[in-house]
Design a protein around this ligand. Sequence first.
Ligand code: ARG
Length: 467
Amino acid sequence: MSDTKPPSPVKRLWGGRFTDETDALVQAFNASVAVDQALAFDDIEGSIAHATMLKETGILAVEEAEAIINGLTTIREEIARGAFTWRTELEDVHMNIEQALIERIGPVGGKLHTARSRNDQVATDFRLWLRRESQELSALLTRLRKVLVAVAEQHLMVIMPGYTHLQVAQPVLFAHHLLAYYEMFSRDQERLQDSIKRLNVSPLGAGALAGVTFPIDRHRTSALLGFDRPADNSLDAVSDRDFALEFLSITSIAMLHLSRLSEELILWSSQEFGFITLPDAYTTGSSIMPQKKNPDVCELVRGKTGRVYGQLLALLTVMKGLPLTYHKDLQEDKEGVMDAALTLKISLQLYADLLPKITVHAERTYQAAGRAYSNATDLADYLTKKGLPFREAHEAVGKLVAVAIKEGKELQELELATLRQVSPLFDRYVYEALSLEQVVNARNSYGGTAPAQVRQQLQRAKEALAL
Ligand code: ARG
C-alpha cells in the first residue's frame, strides 16, 4: 500500500497513454489558464457554433448537440457570475470548460471535441477575442479623434512656436499642432480596421493540422461566428499568428503617437515652456518637495510604450524559428497581446479625458512664437516675391539675422535703411509681412497653418467623424 500514489484529483483529458502523473512543477509551468481564461466566452461561443454544425451535418444526434449546447450555456452563466472554479491541473481554458461540461452533462459532453483540436480551437478563440478588442480600441480612437477636434476648435486662434530640432522654427496655430495628432490617430484607426479583414478568418475545422475525417461544414461555423470565410489551408490556419503580430505592430505605433504627445505635454507644462497647465486630477505631488506637480500620467504612457514594443518583439522572436505547425511556444502568444491591448485602451481613455481639461496659456505661447527670428523665412520670401532668387534672399536675410543678434533686436525692429543695405528690394511695406498674425496667415497652402487652412482641416476631420 505504501508505494501506491494517491489518485489524481482530475483525469487528464489526454491521459490515456500515460502511466505516471505529470510533475507538479511541469503542470504549473505548462498551464495557461491564468491567462487564457480571458478567452472563456469566446471559447464557449466557438464550441456552440461547432456543436451546432455537428448537429446540422448529422455528425452528432440532435439530442446530443442540444445537451452540449445547454451545458455550455450553463457554464457561461456560471463564469459570468464568478461561480466557476478554474483548475490549473486542467491546464487551459479549453480543457477546464470541456471537463466542466462532462461533469455537468455526463459522457455525451465528451462528444464536443469530435472533429476538432485545441489547435484550431485556440486560434479561433484568440481571433474572436482580438476582433472584439480591436473594435473597442477603434471606438476609443474615434473618441480621442473627436476630443482633438474639439480642443483644436476651442483654441483655434492660439499661436505657438513650431519647432524643428526643438529650435523655434516658424509660428503655427496650436489647433494645427493638435490636428497633426488627429492625423496620426486616424491612421492608427485605419490600420486597425484594415487588419480586421485578415483577422476575421476562421481556423475552426482545421483540426490538429491536416483537416478532419468527418464531413464538417467549415463555411457554416465560419458564418455562425461572424467570420468572413474559413481559412484556406489547415496547416496555416493552426500555425498563423500574423494577426497577433499585426495587432502588436498597430498598438506599438499607436503607443508611439501617444508617447510623442506625452513628451510634448511634459515639455509644455514645464516651467521653461509654461505653455499649458495640466489638470490636477492627472498629476501628482512629490513626497518631499511641497511645490511639485508632476505629469505622471504622461510619463507613464510614455514609459508603457516600451512595454508594448517589448510585446511585439517578444512575439516576433517566438515565431521566427517555428516549423509548421503547432508548437507549445504558440501558447506564449496571448499574454503580450492582452497586455498591449489593455495598455493602449487605458492610455487612450486617459488622454481622451485629460486633453479637454488642459489650460492653454495663449499669451505665453504667443510670446514664445515671436522669439528667435521665427519670421526670418517671411523676410526672405518678401525678397523672393520681388524677383530675387530664393537662395540669394536666404543669404541676405541671414546677414540681417546676424545684425539683429548683434544689436539685440528683432528683425522687425531693424531700420529700413539697415534692411536696404543688404537689399534695395526692401521697402516700407516689409514690416507688414513680419507680424506674427501675418506670418501665420500667409501660410495658406493646402494643409498649412493659416487659419483658413486649419478651418478646412477641422471641417474635413468633422466630416470624417460624421460630426
Ligand atoms: N493552451 C494552448 C495554447 O494556448 C492550447 C492549444 C494546445 N494544443 C496542444 N497541442 N497542446 O496554445
